[in-house]
Design a protein around this ligand. Structure first.
Ligand code: LLP
Length: 430
């Protein structure tokens, strides 16, 4: 996204070379617009700074997944992390190579495990003992000739510096087996003797929107403490250590900016010290989601009613809100925005951008400086590429927005807008 800086005034917002107001007029609002070059550039930055030796970068599809996104991820040579039968189905429909898929989730159903084994996904990340037993049964029932590769998801005991709802590496987490626990010892022992499975190693993901590199360093140290433990206990060294994702992106000027390069350097350097010590070289995997797609997305809304309350707050109501972006209501997330056709105008007014659902908490941005707003304006909310469409709902029976992919002045519709008939498609009269 970049302001057009020609002689023409007033300045207009461009996304992937396309005029934002024209995108809104052509495709309607709310509209999530991705700049394809930004997505590809982020993929390449991770590959360039991490994927040496046998190391891998896997895109965490939960941040945003659709057929076109799977195609981009495949073209850029990343692996893919899916977390449900639905994400797996999407990847397979897109023709994403099954052997490059990691299948995650803390409560995979028997059907999902069967689907993953049948599709021959590259690796199943086993979250807990119950799932481990289920997987063994599924693999035996399938009579798979090749053992199925697994990673065991571990909780590294790291309280990452982030919102409590997106912390996942603490021992009290619902995810994974605590490093050092008897339960994990038992599973490792069992897996090492289980002919239908190949235990590749461990997976640790400590949370999301983390800008504090020391949290990542702690997690790597904890993972290697686990490696030492199992070397002593079972004379076994893992072939792969997956370090998860979690890198923060800056949503506002107040947010710290840590680049993928800085994260990758920290992960690799921290791991290397342990690898040198232990004299072994496992494959390392990193799994970014938000930092691939977050900054590439902008949501365009059309402004409707503008209302001033008796105590002076001025609401700008837009035609979307928490149904297409629940992150503010869920995590008190902060965003920035601009008026798409008046980027250069002084921001002399203060507005609160309100969504259209029946919730007082449906506010996209509180008390934010903007030029004088008019009904009909296109308001562009920045950095909405991650965990927006993928978390969108039909609350208030709002159809989910359309999504376009813009590049070099051309925009392609990659997810069509839901229609009213989509909304009743699954309803059955009584
Ligand atoms: N790997 C695993 C196993 C994960 O659970 C996640 C995210 C990732 C990788 C990617 O993390 P990222 O690089 O995107 O931070 N809905 C929340 C974020 C939930 C993250 C869930 N897991 C939000 O909107 O902030």
């Amino acid at each position: 996204m970049e302001p057009q800086n020609k002689n023409s005034r007033p300045q207009r917002l461009k996304i992937g070379g396309c005029d934002a107001v024209e995108l809104a007029e052509t495709h309607g609002t709310p509209l999530i617009c991705y700049d394809e070059d930004v997505i590809r550039d982020n993929c390449r930055r991770y590959i360039a700074s991490f994927a040496r030796n046998d190391n891998r970068v896997a895109y965490a599809g939960k941040a945003f997944l659709c057929l076109a996104m799977c195609q981009i991820v495949a073209e850029e040579g990343l692996y893919l992390d899916v977390v449900s039968g639905g994400e797996l189905y999407t990847a397979l429909q897109a023709g994403f190579p099954a052997e490059k898929i990691y299948f995650h989730g803390n409560n995979k159903s028997l059907d999902e495990l069967t689907m993953a084994v049948t599709a021959k996904v590259g690796c199943i990340v086993v979250d807990n003992a119950h799932e481990y037993q289920n997987l063994k049964e599924v693999v035996k029932a399938k009579g798979s000739v090749r053992p199925v590769s697994i990673l065991l998801r571990v909780a590294a005991g790291v309280d990452a510096a982030t919102h409590p709802y997106v912390m996942t590496g603490h021992f009290d987490s619902k995810f994974g087996l605590s490093l050092g626990s008897q339960e994990l010892n038992n599973l490792v022992a069992d897996a090492l003797n289980e002919p239908s499975l190949t235990l590749m190693g461990f997976h640790s993901h400590i949370g999301s929107q983390i800008a504090d590199l020391s949290s990542f360093a702690q997690a790597v140290d904890a993972l290697f403490a686990g490696v030492r433990h199992y070397l002593a206990l079972y004379k076994w060294l893992p072939l792969e250590l997956n370090m998860g994702g979690g890198l923060a992106v800056p949503y506002t000027d107040q947010d710290e900016h840590v680049s993928p390069e800085e994260l990758c350097a920290l992960l690799l350097n921290t791991a290397q010290r342990h690898m040198d010590d232990l004299n072994f070289t496992p494959r390392l995997t990193v799994e970014p989601g938000r930092s691939i797609v977050g900054p590439a997305g902008t949501t365009l809304y059309r402004v409707g009613a503008i209302k001033r309350t008796p105590n002076g707050r001025c609401f700008v109501n837009v035609d979307g809100g928490m149904a297409d972006n629940p992150r503010v209501a869920l995590y008190q997330a902060k965003y920035t925005c601009s008026v798409a056709d008046r980027l250069d105008q002084p921001r002399s007014f203060v507005y609160t951008v309100a969504g259209k659902t029946c919730e007082s908490g449906d506010i996209l941005i509180w008390d934010y400086p903007l030029p004088e707003m008019r009904s009909g304006d296109i308001l562009a909310v920045n950095t909405t590429g991650a965990y927006t469409y993928s978390m969108a709902s039909n609350y208030n029976r709002l159809p989910r927005p359309a999504v376009v992919l813009a590049k070099e002045g051309e925009a392609k519709l990659i997810i069509a807008r839901e229609t009213y008939s989509d909304l009743t498609r699954l309803d059955r009269p009584k």
